[in-house]
Design a protein around this ligand. Sequence first.
Ligand SMILES: NC(=O)c1ccc[n+]([C@@H]2O[C@H](COP(=O)([O-])OP(=O)(O)OC[C@H]3O[C@@H](n4cnc5c(N)ncnc54)[C@H](OP(=O)(O)O)[C@@H]3O)[C@@H](O)[C@H]2O)c1
Length: 354
Amino acid sequence: MSESSVPSMMYSLQLNEFGPPSNLKYVEVKSPQLCSPYQVIVKVIAAGVNPVEYKIRSGKFPLVNVLLKFPAVLGTDFSGVIFAKGNNVTEFEIGDEVFGKIKNIYSGLGTYAQFVLVNVKNDAILKKPASITHQEAAGIGMAGLAAWSGLISYGDLKIDEEAKKLQQKVIIIGASGGVGTFAVQIAKNINNAHVTAICSGKNAELVIKLGADRVIDYTKEDFGEVLKEERESFDLVFDCIGGDEYYTKSISLLRIKGNFITSVGPNAYGSDTGTVDVMKVIAVTLGRKLFGVRNYKFISDLAVRDLPKFVTYMEKRQIATVIGHEFDLKDGVKAHEMSESHRVVGKIILNCPN
Ligand SMILES: NC(=O)c1ccc[n+]([C@@H]2O[C@H](COP(=O)([O-])OP(=O)(O)OC[C@H]3O[C@@H](n4cnc5c(N)ncnc54)[C@H](OP(=O)(O)O)[C@@H]3O)[C@@H](O)[C@H]2O)c1
């Protein structure tokens, strides 16, 4: 194994029990050590914050009580520099700037830390292009891949040359958040779609700038009413908010065999998820899948294999990370309060100390 100077101790945001954001403690802990020849140790420069992490922190996420062991460090998305590598790692060298996403959201060995272990076979890790900052790269993992998966892998939207002639019609619900801001850009710049974005008025200008053709302010207008003349004309609804209301109102807008793709599912974004809710969600999801005349798909598997392709569009600036909020790692509590507020614009990024 080759190691440069990974210090024995590092700062991290540690969680010792489920609860409010203030349960995240900025403390010194032992740095990770290589324990497989396929691992690298990345010095994290920036980490992305995703809503799943506050859901896990609160203890109200499926299986979290069984799978997460304390003390735990949360976080899946990272960008940084390789400090050490196992003997079987051939595709990276010490000093390479890399970014990616840890696969296991329950590992408790997450990216809210100065150093993180990454398995080059199981986790997503790529060399970071010089044209993308560490903060932009740290924002890609979960949100960028959810947007790509929702529109392209699950949503069957065409890309590039194939897409140009089609002008597919897309609705993006929750267009101003982490997933939504990526989704608007993918739909417009890669699919050449006609994009209807749903977000509040204060974020309309941003979403139009990202490529939306029109914005419906959900705080003032009922989008089902606004779009009633366009029934059965949309190819895809991409829902980043969840709940029944958006589903019910969208379904008649889709053409027969159109796709309703959700990153959240029938439980509204922000609601608690107990065991009973999980059973209800499974039953509702199956019912919609089996008996609907439109396709209903819940994103359960992110298209990690398409990350290299995603990055080529970022290098061409056809997709960019919208960074709405930056915090130092020591202010992780504030980052989680922000995430839980549901008022995030684009991505929340944590900057790690040198
Ligand atoms: N299945 C998966 O693999 C997967 C992957 C990634 C994310 N997700 C889930 O997808 C959801 C979205 O993630 P995210 O990172 O985009 O979250 P986020 O960044 O926290 O989303 C915040 C945005 O949601 C908007 N919003 C809140 N309530 C709304 C409503 N009723 N209608 C329309 N917009 C509303 C807010 O806009 P306003 O302030 O304008 O209201 C805000 O800009 C989360 O629940 C996340 O856990 C799932």
